[in-house]
Design a protein around this ligand. Structure first.
Ligand code: HEC
Ligand code: HEC
Length: 271
C-alpha cells in the first residue's frame, strides 16, 4: 500500500486529464470492491440504513436495494449523493464523512455484484471448503465441478452468478426464494414403486422428479397412487443454529470463489 501511494504522484499528471473528461470520482472510488471497505460499510449500513432498507438491503420502509438495480441501475455517484443529501422528504441525509459514505456505497454495490468480485474481508475459504465437503454436509446435495450430490443446484459457478447476500440468504433462510424448481417430492406409483427427490417441474398431468443421484424421472399422473410435493426447499433449515457466524463466513469465502470462468478480483483479499 505504501509503495502504491509513493508512486501515485508520478502517475497522476498522466492519468488525470483523461479522467476529468469522464465522470471523475465515480470510477476512481478506491473503496468499490475492497473487502475491508465493504465490511466497514456493512457496519455503517447496519446502524444507519438497515432500519429502513433491511440489514441485507432487502427493503422495509425504504425500497429493496438489491432489486432496484434491475429496473433502474444506480451508479455509484448517485448512491453517494442520495446518502449525503437524502431524497426529498422520504430519506434523510446521513451525517457521514466522505470516506464513510464511500464505504457505504461499496457495501450497497456489493449487495448486487457477483460474489467473486467482492470477496469477504473475514472468512477463510480453506476452512469453508472443509465444511462444505465435511461436517456441514453441503456436498451431499450440491455438486462442484462434477463432484458431490445432485439433489440441489450445481454450485460450480455460484460466485459468478449470485451476490453474497443472496448466497448468505440461501444458506440461512432456504425458503426465502420459494425453492424455485426444487420442492421436495415423494411419489408412490400404482405398481408399488416409491420415488423421492425434488420436483423440478409439475403439472396436473405429470411430475418431473429428480432423485438423489441426479436421475430425472418423467412420471405420468395416471401411474401415481399417492404423491406429496412440499411447499419448501429440501435444504436443511437449521444451518442458522448449527453453524457459527465464522462458519458461515468461511462457507461464503469458499463459495464466492466458485466460478467456471477465471476472474481476478481487482483488489487484494486479506490472505
Ligand atoms: C428513514 C428511512 C431511511 C433511511 C434511514 C435511509 N433510507 Fe434510503 N431510502 C428511503 C426511502 C423511503 C427511499 C425512496 C425515496 C424515493 O424514491 O423517494 C430511499 C432510497 C434510497 C436509495 C435509492 C434507491 C432507488 O432504487 O432509487 C438508496 C441507494 C438508498 N436509499 C440508500 C440508503 C443508504 C445507504 C442509507 C444509509 C446511509 C439509507 N438509504 C438510509 C428511506 C431511508
Ligand atoms: C438436503 C439437500 C441439501 C443440503 C444438505 C444443502 N442444500 Fe443447498 N440447496 C438444496 C436445494 C434443493 C436448493 C434449491 C432450492 C433452494 O433454493 O432452496 C439449494 C440451494 C442452495 C443455494 C442457492 C443456489 C442458487 O443457485 O441460488 C446455495 C448457495 C446453497 N444451497 C448452499 C448450500 C450450502 C453452503 C450447504 C451446506 C451448508 C447446503 N446448501 C446444503 C439442497 C441442499
Amino acid at each position: 500500500m505504501r509503495r502504491v501511494l509513493f508512486l501515485l504522484p508520478l502517475l497522476l499528471p498522466v492519468v488525470l486529464p483523461a479522467q476529468h473528461e469522464k465522470t471523475g470520482e465515480e470510477s476512481k472510488n478506491p473503496f468499490i470492491g475492497d473487502p475491508k471497505a465493504i465490511e466497514a460499510g456493512r457496519k455503517i449500513f447496519a446502524s444507519g440504513c438497515a432500519a429502513c432498507h433491511g440489514p441485507e438491503g432487502q427493503g422495509g420502509r425504504g425500497p429493496n436495494l438489491r432489486e432496484s438495480v434491475y429496473w433502474h441501475p444506480l451508479d455509484d455517484q448517485t448512491i453517494y449523493s442520495a446518502i449525503r443529501k437524502g431524497i426529498g422528504g422520504n430519506m434523510p441525509a446521513a451525517n457521514l464523512s466522505e470516506d464513510q459514505t464511500w464505504q457505504v456505497v461499496a457495501f450497497v454495490r456489493a449487495l448486487t455484484a457477483p460474489a467473486i468480485e467482492t470477496p469477504l474481508a473475514t472468512g477463510d475459504a480453506k476452512a469453508g471448503e472443509g465444511l462444505f465437503w465435511g461436517s456441514a454436509g453441503c456436498s451431499g446435495c450440491h455438486r462442484i465441478l462434477g463432484r458431490g450430490g445432485a439433489l440441489g443446484p450445481d454450485l460450480s459457478n455460484i460466485g459468478a452468478t449470485r451476490a453474497l447476500p443472496a448466497i448468505r440468504e440461501a444458506i440461512l433462510d432456504p425458503d426465502a426464494n420459494g425453492a424455485r424448481g426444487y420442492r421436495s417430492a415423494e411419489v408412490r406409483l400404482k405398481n408399488g414403486k416409491r420415488l423421492s427427490g425434488v420436483a423440478r417441474n409439475y403439472t396436473n398431468y405429470s411430475v418431473q422428479l429428480q432423485d438423489r443421484d441426479g436421475n430425472m424421472h418423467l412420471i405420468s399422473m395416471q401411474d401415481v397412487s399417492e404423491w406429496h410435493i412440499g411447499k419448501t426447499s429440501p435444504m436443511p433449515k437449521d444451518y442458522k443454529q448449527r453453524l457459527s457466524r465464522q462458519d458461515i463466513d468461511n462457507l461464503l469465502a469458499y463459495l464466492s470463489r466458485q466460478s467456471v470462468r477465471e476472474v481476478t478480483p481487482e483488489k487484494k483479499t486479506t490472505e
